[in-house]
Design a protein around this ligand. Structure first.
Ligand SMILES: [Cu+2]
Length: 531
């Protein structure tokens, strides 16, 4: 498909035309499938399928139920022969994988040794509000004592202890930075990792496990000639009001610079300036990474494998397929196991979503190279990674016809509408830029509501705390890939997506927002308060 706009329009101008057209206009190809602007690398990327697939280390507790992780600057060799400075949990990108068990609460002390404030969100977690990674609930590095930039901003010097009850079903979660105005550049630099919740229901299933269970964090990046991450916004742009923050010589400045003066302003964020330059739609890199490695290759036996697919990209969407053919048997969605498996030839995955799938490599002759591709991209970005089937091996795994007993759908008590679109130079929800502490809804704990999601563009909508099921798209039944309990759903241009949201676990202030991280930083967030 073409990335160009139609008839000589720039894609931004084209977006503006669509944005003015109002509801009811059918989505056009150009904005229908691609949600970001491509940023090309200066460095020459490696040949695909030459770098082995890394598996992130599993986080080790310092004592039962307690983890300590330091966010720090470190060097990584992502492109062979070049050095990339990453900002990583534990100094790695991705950060360590947290192996959690339902009913076993943990505390994670996050220490910030980066040059910038951070806030950590456990995506998909049913977490008390004080540990949810609210964007202005910041862990401040040593020596950084700026005036608060936003109303209600909280500063924790050096360390914050996040408390996770882990009372939820087995699921593939992930964690990432959620700092107000700067989530996109800080995640791009490496602040993301996976967290797997396990439980007895899942343990009882004969699914592939051990070496045959692979967490796969998929994301895109662009690189400077010297191997450092390239990003359109300077990584060290002093955020609004953070004038004590010193530059740290970070690379990647080739676009918008900080222009948003004025303490306490919370509109288009400090680092972007108005409209975010050419990257308002979001930033897409031209190098696809899986677990931090470019187009990696993994040797597999001719057996079943469980692949926990996560799209950790800032803006890029993928339509995943297997070549030379093959099927994904989906066993889980964002928020845990499905009731029964669902087979797919292709899987659309938008930023923030997870698909838990089983692929049976015994369907291929030994020696076959099975490539995971992205049908939405042309050229190198159309490849994701490769599996090479090396030999036959015993396999006592299988995918049972009944996987779990997910919670039933409760009856909704109210319907609310949330509209995601560009308004007056910012990405807004119901016409409003994000205002911390001003909830757009006050659902009651223990109830369910229908949230009707609409928008002008591709917006992957993420709800904190509360999980949901997709009820309908444009009044019709949802896609097979919408199955299960979820926390993120892709809303297409001028589409009406009805989701049934359950408010369980905790009262307090949470958020819903677009998980296109550039949109999120450009004000497409809202609070809701569970009462
Ligand atoms: Cu969006």
């Amino acid at each position: 498909m073409s990335r160009a706009g139609a008839g000589g329009f720039s894609r931004r101008a084209f977006l503006g035309v669509l944005g003015g057209a109002g509801l009811g206009v059918a989505g056009c190809r150009a904005t229908d499938e691609v949600a970001g602007q491509l940023l090309r690398s200066g460095a020459r990327p490696p040949r695909p399928f030459t770098v082995p697939l890394p598996i992130p280390d599993v986080a080790r507790p310092v004592s039962p139920g307690r983890y300590e992780v330091t966010q720090r600057v470190a060097a990584a060799e992502i492109l062979p022969g070049l050095r990339t400075e990453v900002w990583g949990y534990g100094g790695t990108f991705p950060g360590p994988t947290f192996e959690l068990r339902r009913g076993e609460p943990v505390t994670v002390a996050v220490r910030n040794e980066l040059p910038v404030p951070t806030s950590t969100h456990l995506h998909g977690g049913v977490t008390p509000p004080g540990s949810d990674g609210y964007p202005t609930d910041l862990v401040m590095p040593a020596g950084l004592t700026p005036r608060p930039a936003h109303p209600g901003e909280v500063h924790h010097p050096l360390v914050k202890e996040y408390r996770y009850p882990v009372g939820q079903r087995a699921a593939t979660l992930w964690y990432h930075d959620h700092r107000m105005d700067f989530t996109a550049p800080q995640v791009w630099r490496g602040l993301a990792g996976m967290a797997l919740v396990r439980d007895e229901e899942e343990d009882a299933l004969p699914l592939p496990r051990g070496e045959r269970e692979l967490p796969l964090m998929i994301c895109d990046r662009a690189f400077e000639e010297d191997g450092s991450f390239r990003y359109p916004q300077p990584f060290d742009a002093p955020p609004t009001g953070h004038d004590a923050h010193g530059a740290n010589g970070a690379s990647g400045a080739n676009g918008a610079t900080g222009t948003d003066g004025g303490h306490g302003r919370h509109g288009p964020p400090g680092g972007w300036g108005r409209l975010g330059g050419d990257y308002m739609e979001g930033v897409e890199g031209d190098v696809i990474l899986v677990n931090g490695a470019p187009w990696p290759v993994a040797e597999v036996t001719a057996t079943r494998y469980r692949l926990r697919l996560l799209n950790a990209s800032n803006a890029r969407r993928y339509l995943l397929r297997l070549t030379p053919g093959g099927r994904f048997t989906q066993i889980g969605s964002d928020s845990g196991l499905l009731a029964a498996p669902v087979a797919h030839d292709e899987i659309p995955i938008s930023p923030g979503e997870r698909y838990d799938v089983v692929v049976d490599f015994s369907a291929y002759p030994v020696g076959t190279a099975v490539t995971l591709v992205n049908a939405l991209a042309e050229g190198p970005a159309g490849n994701v990674m490769r599996f090479v089937v090396t030999r036959r091996a015993p396999d006592d795994s299988r995918v049972p016809a009944v996987l779990s007993r997910p919670p039933q759908r409760p009856s909704p008590v109210v319907t609310r509408r949330f509209d995601f679109r560009a308004t007056d130079g910012a990405w807004t929800i119901n016409g409003q830029r994000y205002r911390p502490g001003v909830p757009l809804a006050r659902p009651r704990l223990g109830t369910a509501e229908v949230w009707r999601l609409t928008g002008d563009f591709r917006h992957p909508v993420h709800v904190h705390l509360a999980h949901f099921q997709v009820l309908a798209r444009n009044g019709r039944p949802p896609a097979a890939t919408d199955a299960g309990w979820k926390d993120t759903v892709d809303v297409r241009p001028y589409e009406v997506v009805d989701v049934l949201v359950r408010f369980d676990g905790h009262r307090g202030t949470y958020m819903l927002h677009c998980h296109n991280l550039e949109h999120e930083d450009m004000a497409m967030m809202a609070d809701f308060e569970v009462i």
